[in-house]
Design a protein around this ligand. Structure first.
Ligand code: TRP
Length: 344
């Protein structure tokens, strides 16, 4: 009788897993404060697996050299942002080939209608994106990523909730069909109170690579002068009071949030400090706080990108760690679904 591999390797901490696609040259402040900062915190409490979802990135046609470059840059940004490859397994999805294999098993457990109801696919195709079958089966590969590692929790943003739900459904279906104890059913870990950063130009929508204009974004790898300029031209309102009020003052509130999370100063304190002062002062100080926070990040990035061989070594050793778990899961899955083992 196959058993969960989570019980085979004795572990002190429950396992968590998360990934990001290498779809741009630079994360933005929203990715950083909304996701990466949490990943970094969670390393203390959990046995963490973090990866660059390069197979998922293939669902959007990308120049091969660009994809390679972005994959390394994304991994480097995890490290520069504080993911410690000594503690967390940090790897590239494609380096652990079991992901694609388990993805296939998940495809064969998913109903066509069920996959057709996934909102991300519907949204993207509705916007006229010329979809390939990979985009359609994206959620099943993501389910494989998660189920491969017996992850107890998956820290993701609200936009990934439906993917988590299908992952749970697939794990339960697998266990019903092939035997209890086959796969661990994960819980979403939607971190409460994690900072939501809004578009500087359109502060009622969230900062996003695809939705925001260049002036609405703060990229982690941007030139500090450019960052300061974008912050100075952030949209505010016609009042003159620095006050946190998301409903009526989304732009000012967004600037206060950015300041507060990066400087560690409470919003009420900032409101007090800026009483009687104008938005110009606020913007100037926010720009300083952001640039101060990003300077060491950018310095570390420069070092990492300067030595790609070392970065590749870090990723290779992360993949070695991940593969140990992945191979155990796949052996169990192959056996449970009825694939004949190759004789040696
Ligand atoms: N779909 C996720 C995103 O776009 C990335 C991702 C792929 C992921 N596989 C994952 C996240 C597994 C968490 C767990 O953000």
């Amino acid at each position: 009788m196959a058993r969960m591999s989570a019980t085979e390797t004795p572990q002190a901490a429950p396992r968590i897993l998360s990934g990001m696609q290498p779809t741009s040259d630079s994360l933005h402040l929203g990715n950083y404060l909304g996701a990466l900062v949490n990943w970094v915190k969670l390393q203390d409490e959990f046995d963490a697996y973090y990866f660059v979802a390069d197979l998922h990135a293939l669902t959007v046609p990308t120049d091969p050299a660009v994809l390679r470059d972005r994959t390394r840059k994304t991994a480097a940004q995890f490290i520069a942002g504080g993911v410690d490859p000594e503690r967390s397994a940090l790897f590239c999805q494609s380096h652990v080939t079991e992901h694609a294999e388990l993805g296939w098993v998940m495809n064969c457990l998913t109903g066509f209608g069920e996959a057709s109801r996934m909102t991300q696919f519907k949204d993207k195709t509705a916007k006229g994106q010329n979809a390939n079958v990979g985009l359609f089966t994206y959620p099943m590969l993501m389910a494989a990523d998660i189920l491969m590692y017996d992850a107890a929790y998956v820290p993701v943003g609200e936009d990934q909730r439906q993917h988590l739900e299908i992952t749970r459904d697939l794990a339960e279906r697998f266990n019903t069909r092939f035997g209890e104890g086959g796969l661990v059913v994960p819980e979403p870990y939607i971190v409460k109170g994690s900072a939501k950063i809004q578009d500087l130009q359109d502060p009622t929508s969230k900062m996003s690579k695809t939705g925001s204009s260049p002036k609405g974004l703060i990229d982690l790898m941007q030139d500090p002068a450019k960052i300061a300029k974008n912050i100075r031209s952030a949209v505010t309102d016609t009042e003159a009071e620095v006050r946190y009020d998301v409903e009526n003052k989304p732009g000012v509130s967004n600037l206060l949030v950015i300041h507060s999370v990066l400087s560690g100063t409470r919003i009420e304190e900032l409101e007090r400090a800026f009483a009687g002062r104008g938005y110009g002062d606020l913007k100037k100080e926010v720009a300083d706080v952001v640039v101060d926070a990003l300077t060491p990040f950018q310095k570390r990035m420069a070092e990492l990108l300067d030595d790609p061989a070392e970065l590749d070594r870090i990723l290779a050793s992360g993949a070695d760690r991940a593969r140990v778990v992945a191979q155990a899961t796949m052996a169990r899955v192959r056996d449970l679904v009825g694939l004949v083992p190759a004789a040696r």
